[in-house]
Write a protein that binds this ligand. Structure first.
Ligand code: HEM
Length: 476
């Protein structure tokens, strides 16, 4: 029957499914990590599941990661996979609405805007925002939802650093609601269907227009005021950026790029921070170790944090790395294949128009690659770093201001790899480390019933289901 997908010769095995069209959407959606692990056991690193009539070819293990991340432009496209989800939110003329070469230039603009000079300026801003935010935790001990708290805090820190003080100052009024409505359009269903006529998409479209107008009015006001020594990314985009052909970014493009980086950074960073705090609460002795590390580097817990000190806070760094190993916010990386595509070293051929996806969290949580893989153990990274010091991979320049390993065979790739790799990694580390370092100066945290929360896989970014924690003020 036409409702069932007819297997093509040599395609990777299709996971059996009972309901036509829906396919494996339900079993996969409830717990994707379990679904991928079970099917990897049965079928190996390559298999296909059907999601609402689409072939989703899953590519696991380090080989699968490398196959997807390093797919050639002529073979597979990120734009074709992400367009319906992102273009209505970000707007036209940027990211997945342009050719890949233009995206590479746009990424380079943002990457250069996140210079070391600017990152240096962000640390005191983030510390101040965190200190101010935590005045809400004003009892000796109390219960707070740490994921909600981090989402509220990170929109403050990220908007201050990336979008500028004008946006930050409007957070309590107009901006928060616009962001909320726009964010409501960032839903898995919009990955599958173009412009569904649902109420959240209407709100999304109205919010997009409002946000663009808001950003453009700030750009105009800045031009009239003539001040140009700001360290935010908005300033950089509007005053410094030219395409290779000499054309300047228009204010519309700059606004759309700003929406894109806001969306790319907000949930990824806030859930990573929340998970890091949840894992720390599982091993409460680490709070004191983090404080001792700061005392060792800075002399005392009263000394303000700074960029150079942050670099030396290795345990803080490894806490974030380990949280990203166990709970990376993005678990599936998608591309759409443009032609029948053979998988190297196998007899499989992926049919044209299928989606391919890798799931780096599977290799990052496998015993093959990490001993006691399910345990949160930041110290494992000291050993890992020593073992991986010598890397002789060739480096590739995709043109977005960051050199890359020619292969993406590392089992640990929370920021992706290849031409679509994240450009926000350094900013994310600066932001998350500063928040954690500021918080542990004042508080210890405890899990309420001794157990970590489950994952909510229904959102675009994997979030904790209930992240209430008990905070206790320290004696420092
Ligand atoms: C791409 C993860 C924070 C901007 C990516 C990708 C991943 C990722 C996995 C690759 C997507 C793909 O290959 O399809 C993360 C994580 C973050 C984070 C885990 C925080 C913990 C940020 C921040 C920004 C940002 C703060 C902006 C300042 C971008 C951009 C891309 C990207 C522009 C490129 C998309 C492309 O080329 O297709 N990120 N990200 N990210 N990220 Fe991030």
């Amino acid at each position: 029957t036409i409702l069932y997908i007819r297997p093509k010769p040599n395609e990777p095995p299709i996971i059996p499914y009972w309901i036509p069209l829906i396919g494996s959407a339900i079993t996969m959606g409830i717990d994707p990590v379990k679904f991928y692990r079970e099917n990897q056991k049965k079928h190996g690193n390559y298999f296909t599941y059907i999601l609402l009539g689409r072939r989703m070819v899953t590519c696991l293990g380090s080989e699968g990661n490398n196959f997807v991340f390093n797919a050639k432009l002529a073979d597979a496209s990120a734009e074709d996979a992400y367009r319906s989800l992102t273009v209505p939110v970000f707007g036209e003329g940027v990211v997945y609405d342009v050719e890949n070469s233009v995206l590479m230039e746009q990424k380079k603009f943002v990457k250069s805007g996140l210079s070391i000079k600017n990152l240096r300026a962000y640390v005191p801003m983030i510390q101040m925002e965190t200190d101010n935010y935590l005045t809400r935790w004003n009892k000796k001990s109390g219960i707070e939802d740490v994921h909600n708290a981090m989402a509220e805090l990170i929109i403050m820190t990220a908007s201050r650093c990336l979008l500028g003080e004008e946006v930050r100052s409007k957070l309590d009024e107009t901006f928060a609601q616009i962001f909320h409505d726009l964010d409501g359009g960032f839903k898995p269903i919009n990955f599958l269907f173009d412009n569904l006529p649902i109420p959240s998409n209407k709100l999304r479209d109205e919010a997009h227009i409002k946000m663009r107008k808001f950003f453009m009015s700030i750009m105009q006001a800045r031009r009239e005021a003539g001040i140009t020594d700001r360290t935010d990314v908005m300033e950089y985009l509007t005053t410094q950026c030219h395409y290779k052909n000499g054309r300047k970014l228009t204010d519309v493009e700059s606004s759309h790029i700003m929406i894109a980086i806001l969306m790319a950074g907000q949930h990824t960073s806030s859930t990573t921070t929340a998970w890091a705090l949840l894992f720390l609460s599982e091993k409460p002795e680490l709070f004191e170790k983090l404080r001792q590390e700061q005392i060792k580097v800075l002399g005392s817990l009263d000394v303000p944090l700074n960029y150079d000190a942050l670099k030396q806070l290795t345990l803080h760094e490894n806490v974030v790395r380990e949280a990203l190993r166990l709970r990376p916010p993005i678990i599936q990386i998608m591309r759409r294949v443009k032609k029948d595509l053979p998988i190297p070293q196998t007899n499989y051929v992926i049919p044209k128009d299928s989606f391919i996806q890798c799931v780096p969290t599977i290799s990052a949580r496998s015993e093959e690659n990490f001993e006691n893989a399910e345990e949160f153990n930041p110290n494992r990274w000291e050993v890992f770093d020593q073992q991986n010091k010598e890397r002789d991979d060739d480096l590739i320049d995709y043109g977005f201001g960051q050199l890359h390993m020619a292969s993406a065979k590392s089992p640990y790739l929370p920021f992706g790899a290849g031409r679509h790799r994240c450009i926000g990694e350094q900013f994310a580390y600066v932001q998350i480390k500063t928040i954690i370092a500021t918080l542990v100066r004042k508080f210890d945290l405890e899990l309420l019933n001794g157990k970590l929360p489950m994952c909510d896989f229904t959102t675009m970014i994997v979030q904790p289901k209930d992240s209430s924690l008990r905070y206790k003020r320290t004696n420092y």
